[in-house]
Design a binder for this molecule. Sequence first.
Ligand SMILES: [Zn+2]
Ligand SMILES: [Zn+2]
Length: 302
Amino acid sequence: MSIKIISQEQLEQQNISSVIRQIPLLFYPSTKTLYIHRAARLKTLAENNPLSDYLLFCAKIAEQQAKLINQQNTIEAPNLLNNDLAPLSLENLPLNDIWQDYLSELLNSFSDTSEQIDAVIQRLKQNNPEQLQEKAISLLQGKFDLVEGNESIFIWSALSVYYSQLANQIKGKAVAENTDQSWLCPVCNSLPVASVIQLGGNNGLRYLHCSLCESEWYVPRIKCTSCDNIQDIQYFSLDNEMAAIKTECCDACHSYLKILDQDKDPHIEVIADDVASLILDIKTEEEGFAKSGINPFVFAQK
Ligand SMILES: [Zn+2]
Ligand SMILES: [Zn+2]
């Protein structure tokens, strides 16, 4: 997947249909509101949910992420000139250690917490900067098994604050090319969390939401977002076929990802609602499908 700066002339040459040309292919994150909204939604979802305690823990992380965005001086986006690579991919932009400041603030904000969470925090604090950098790079390369799942949640949350600010700043500098390879974020090359049908405005178009930089990119509906298959796509939901949250399952590659419909429930927040509907993941996996994305609050060890 690549991001390219495409001129109007090139668009004509590529013969992208007029419909495609008119729709936004990429939304960059609004970092000022994103984490505040997520924390509030997690708290609401915690009210009547068997995962209540866990959702409140996630809400606390999201609140701290919001604080970090407000406290820190704005990060300067470096020159991102290689048009053939996703601009914020590791290949195009090596990871510096700014995110580690976010991690220490995040860890220090959990002073009054459960014994189990405290043990994870203490373990992370014993890591030296090189060890932390190595763990972060493993996660960014998708080698999730190399880092303990609970440590990954904190590391990824700090990385996400860093990458979402960069994504917010490169706004307007690039557009997503409409390629067939739709499963990785065109901004940072990470896996999606789920897809979302955005509220109003975009005529029921669906976008994948990035698990790292929080950008959203367009992918046509009723199509596997992992292998591009368009046949035998099945949907599962917990309540009925009108449910706002479904899993979209592909018989060709046996993968699935959730699709969340804000037209059916305008309060949906992708990451919050994805983690709160974990039971639907369990049911879908029982049917033989494997998730083709990740949720930043769920790094299960295989
Ligand atoms: Zn991304
Ligand atoms: Zn597939």
